[in-house]
Design a protein around this ligand. Structure first.
Ligand code: DO4
Ligand code: MG
Length: 293
């Protein structure tokens, strides 16, 4: 089962569950955070609340295609791990023209992982909303990543899909430019659903596929699997919690394992699809924010 958030009239939102047989049940919560709070108060799991709701109600008539989905969770903060896959390390070495042992080589091997703040709620978009590309960069890519949905205590409540949009030329020029290479308006997307952790058989064996379309033609396709991850999810979470304040619903992206070839850059009008087995397809059109030009 997958938890989705449905946009209703007058900008209101409603949490719902999509079952494996494609039936949709509305849940009595406006948001995933509300459900997390209720589970905590009742000392239950989100899964038991959802199972109860399925038992006590009937599915709605509408099909998934009839609904407008929004962010499945409204995270105050989205964090991200970096250089957790060989593919990412090698891509960073290439874009920074590294010679000898680089910081990327070191962080891939070191005990402490790279963690950075990627986004805030107001910079984050949901399914089908446009992600923006920067106007001062000429080398930009999506980064398809598995996202961990966390409680304030660091429990992994669920899994989602994230796109850590990145500027390769800005980061490549100087790693100290990382926040500018990673954070801008609409530079992060999350969705389309959350898979509750208890329903995922093996989170280290999820297929990730990224497709990019230009004028309806596929111009990039890449595939990987979370079994290629260098680190453990709990290890990443434990570093995030150290001396930190972590909010309920924080999303931690676990790093990219798919990087388009050197000559590829995103363009206005492209459409990015990121698919993770059991979670769905996160689709976002690419835009240049009209107010900048
Ligand atoms: O080192 C910079 C960022 C790395 C990253 O975002 C990733 O590996 O996914
Ligand atoms: Mg990334």
């Amino acid at each position: 089962m997958r938890i989705i958030c449905v946009k209703q009239e007058e900008k209101s939102i409603q949490l719902a569950v999509l079952t494996d047989s494609a039936q949709i049940y509305l849940l009595q919560y406006k948001s995933f955070l509300e459900m997390m709070k209720e589970a905590e108060i009742k000392n239950e799991t989100c899964l038991s609340l959802v199972q109860q709701a399925i038992q006590d109600s009937l599915p709605i008539e509408a099909k998934l295609e009839d609904l407008t989905l929004t962010l499945p969770i409204q995270p105050e903060e989205v964090w991200a791990a970096g250089v957790t896959y060989i593919k990412s390390r090698d891509a960073r070495n290439l874009e920074s023209k590294a010679t000898g042992e680089s910081f990327y080589d070191k962080v891939y091997e070191s005990k402490r992982p790279e963690l950075f703040i990627k986004s805030t709620l107001h910079r984050t978009v949901g399914p089908d909303e446009p992600v923006y590309i920067r106007t001062d960069s000429s080398w930009q890519i999506p980064e398809p990543e598995l996202g961990l949905v966390l409680s304030s205590k660091g429990d992994i409540v669920g899994y989602t899909i994230g796109n850590d949009m990145s500027s390769r030329d800005i980061e490549g020029e100087n790693p100290l430019y990382l926040p500018q290479a990673k954070i801008w308006k609409h530079s992060c997307s999350i969705g389309p659903s959350i898979r509750l952790a208890e329903t995922v058989e093996d989170a280290y064996n999820l297929d990730i596929t990224c497709r990019i379309y230009r004028n309806a033609e596929m111009v990039f396709k890449g595939q990987a699997n979370t079994s290629q991850l260098k680190r453990k999810y709990d290890e990443l979470v434990s570093y995030l919690l150290r001396d930190n304040v972590v909010f309920d619903g924080t999303v931690l992206l676990t790093g990219t394992c798919i990087v388009p070839d050197e000559d590829f850059t995103l363009a206005d009008g492209d459409v990015i699809e990121i698919e993770i087995s059991g979670i769905g397809v996160l689709r976002n059109p690419v835009q240049i924010e009209k107010n900048y030009s």
